[in-house]
Each structure stands twice: as structure tokens, then as C-alpha cells.
Design a protein around this ligand. Sequence first.
Ligand code: ZN
Length: 118
Amino acid sequence: MTSHRPVYITLEWQEQGPLETTGRRLWREGRTVCTSYDYPRRLSCSNPECEDGGFEIGERIARLLASGKVSEQNSLVCRNAIHADRAKRCLHTIIYSITCVRPYQRHKPKAVSDSNAT
Ligand SMILES: [Zn+2]
């Protein structure tokens, strides 16, 4: 009997925040390897003035897994970017890259009758 193998996911991101000038500064970058079972739902925001902020990467990973595609590069804004209180809006963003490695990508799922044969 074959068990369900997880999809391995490599997640890389760079977080950026605004400066007082027009430039942007790199706040943090990270890389993690996880699986379809334990990927992070949210990456924390490193803006010290941002309350309970973060980047909802989990939805993006779930969507990529569901789509059957191998990789995606995109960006995300902090969830506080749309804060009702203007003073609490956070302008941090991340640029991320997700890459999936599916262990049996070239194989179609086995038919039920196969697993009964001995
Ligand atoms: Zn934030």
C-alpha cells in the first residue's frame, strides 16, 4: 500500500517597507522548506508599529497546490494595509517565490483495482 506522500514546498521571500525617502529598504528575507501538511499560514510582519500584522501566504500556497502548477512568484501586502484606522496602516510588502516538488508528478493516481491485486 502506498501512503500519501507530501508535496515539498520551498518558500522564499523578501520583506520590504517604506523609507522616509522614496527608496525602499529590505527588512528581512527568509527561506523555508515545508510540506503540503505543515506550510506556514502567515509570515509575520517585521514592522515594529504593526499590530498583529502579517502576510497571508497560506492561501497562496493552497491555491498553487490546487492549481497543479509548479511554482509562482508574486507579492503580498501586509494584512494591515487595509486597516480601517489610517494611522495603523502598514505599508510593508513581501515578494515571494513558491516552488512545489511533487514526488510522483509523472504518475497518474492508481486505480482502485490495482491496490486489491496481490
Ligand atoms: Zn505589517
